[in-house]
Design a protein around this ligand. Structure first.
Ligand code: SAH
Length: 533
């Protein structure tokens, strides 16, 4: 990051090296007292990502620690410092290797304390394993291990290679030089495969004892959703802004017939969850049996891809129909091409050699909304708002724990309400909404939500347009007026981190995505106002 070695050594000696943020704060303080020019723009306040301008040759994304302080020739102050630096560097390398293998950082740290920094890596592995066998391994770490295990070996090597390639591609650009505080830690925690969350309906649950910091426990409960596959560092920042809670990654394909890979950061209990009944169909043909008649045996899809905001055009469906007529069955290579397009655009066989995009009401059904929920909007707007919405069964499964906690109903602050996926989930769970304060800027989505509310709810609906206009003072007055909020729920303000767009690497600094920061700001304002109550 461009700090002088002596300054780093001095800072580590002063406060240790286990609290990365504190160390950085101290370094920045020293830096501020000394020359200011060496640093580019930076911000350590709140949860804004910290940026440092680098030379292009610095391997800022490296997570394996191979090219850090150990390879440089620092200007040591004295021989003691030299040893100190060598040990620190050795320790960091070993910790990184152990984290790469899937061990939690603090376990790696403790093993080095137990065995010393000079022992072989295998000795450290044995030591952590023995600790695990002895049962003094924190359960929450098992979750991490589960993740890392499922992401082992060749996949990891491939990912590291991909990263190196990407680094080359983006090296030297402004975004390429972005560093997120503690991001490297999370780089080792990509969404697990399979993406099954902390539990699934009707499946025996693996023990998950996740850590929620004291200040995030209990009311107001909060629930924030974002696409699972976000650029490096995004989840680290989201998590850091939301009390360091680790995301629950869940692909909705485990609950319904369409994929939707999302991460959810929440402080809800995870015991005694219950799914919405009836359970939704899990395959395409269970959901739409009428397509069975025309479905060719060589189209082996059983589930839909993620339902997105745009649909296939007529030219595409027409050309697929033409390809289907090239033989019965068509040649293998043509089949492959067709399946690829069908997958990408979620096409269905509606007649002999005839494919079509899903209708908006079919998407409503797959996402768990009532029939005609978005009717009245243009088809483009229906696809758009549905493509951005929650999968209701998935969210309801997580929110189901509120039913027992709030038998008289809930007071909800709903940020980025959209067409009301969260509220539909609560309603379908039979949870009464006493009051919903809804913040949504899009007029069409607002109209849909308001119509649904008027038809189904008896509680109070208060609406705000722009999330930025909801000041902390307004939040405080809402808290006073409604006796606080039971649930603060919100989803990603735009999905430009999904699909190909994510390679733009705008991350949370992207034009719309920067709105994410409004969620933790408002949540904090709610918590502060509730604490004063
Ligand atoms: N979870 C919602 C959809 C979230 S999509 C659902 O289930 O439907 C994100 C929403 O944020 C979109 O509806 C978008 O219109 C809204 N949005 C974007 N910018 C906003 C802003 N500045 N203030 C409030 N809402 C905004």
């Amino acid at each position: 990051m461009g700090f002088q070695t002596e300054m780093v050594v001095m800072s580590i000696k002063e406060i240790g090296h286990s609290d990365e943020n504190a160390l950085l704060e101290l370094l920045l303080t020293y830096k501020a007292l000394g020359d200011e020019d060496a640093l580019g723009n930076c911000s350590t306040s709140g949860c804004a990502p910290f940026r440092v301008k680098h030379g292009d040759d610095i391997d800022f994304e490296s997570s394996d620690g191979d090219d850090d302080a150990g390879d440089t020739q620092p200007n040591y102050g004295d021989y003691g410092d030299e040893n100190f630096i060598r040990n620190m560097s050795e320790k960091d390398k070993k910790i990184n290797s152990l984290v790469d293998m899937g061990f939690p950082e603090n376990e790696a740290n403790m093993a080095i304390t137990r065995c010393g920094v000079d022992v072989d890596l295998s000795v450290l592995v044995d030591s952590i394993s023995a600790s695990l066998a002895a049962g003094d391994f924190d359960l929450s770490h098992q979750v991490m291990n589960r993740r890392s295990d499922s992401f082992g070996g060749t996949k990891k090597i491939r990912l590291m290679e991909d990263r190196k390639k990407k680094r080359k591609r983006y090296g030297g650009t402004a975004h390429g030089n972005q560093i997120f505080l503690d991001g490297s830690h999370y780089e080792h925690m990509p969404p697990p495969n399979p993406m099954v969350g902390f539990s699934l309906p009707n499946c025996s649950q693996l023990p998950v004892d996740r850590k929620i910091p004291k200040k995030a426990i209990g009311r107001p409960f909060f629930y924030y959703e974002n696409v699972a596959q976000a650029p490096t560092g995004v989840w680290a920042t989201i998590s850091r802004c939301l009390y360091g809670i680790e995301p629950e990654y869940l692909d909705s394909k485990h609950l319904c017939a369409a994929a939707r890979k999302r991460g959810y950061i929440h402080n809800l209990p995870i015991e005694n969850r219950a799914p919405l009944l009836p359970l939704p169909p899990k395959t395409i043909l269970e959901a739409f049996p009428r397509y069975k008649k025309w479905w060719p045996s060589w189209d082996t899809r059983t589930q839909f891809n993620c339902l997105r905001t745009s649909m296939a055009c007529q030219q595409l469906t027409g050309s697929i129909g033409a390809l289907a007529r090239t033989g019965n069955p068509p040649p293998r290579n043509i089949q492959k091409d067709m399946i690829k397009q069908c997958k990408e655009y979620n096409l269905v066989w509606i007649g002999k050699n005839k494919v079509a995009a899903l209708e908006p009401e079919e998407i409503e059904y797959l996402l768990g909304f009532p029939k005609d929920h978005t009717r009245g909007l243009t088809s483009t707007n229906r696809y758009k708002s549905l493509g951005n919405s929650f999968q209701v069964d998935t969210v309801a499964y997580h929110l189901s724990v509120l039913r027992g906690m709030f038998p008289n109903g809930v007071t909800v602050l709903s940020l980025f309400t959209g067409i009301g996926g969260g509220e539909v989930a609560l309603h379908r769970l039979g949870i009464h909404m006493k009051t919903v304060v809804s913040v949504e800027i899009d007029k069409a989505s607002k109209r849909i939500f308001r119509h649904w509310w008027d038809q189904t709810q008896t509680g109070t609906l208060i609406e705000f347009d722009d999330v930025k206009s909801l000041t902390d003072a307004t939040v405080a007055s809402l808290v006073t007026r409604f006796g606080g909020f039971d649930l603060v729920i919100g989803g990603s303000p735009c999905n430009n981190l999904a699909g190909c767009n994510r390679y733009s690497r705008d991350g949370l600094e992207g034009k719309e995505y920067v709105l994410f920061y409004q969620y933790p700001r408002i949540l904090e304002a709610v918590k502060e106002a509730m604490a004063r109550m």
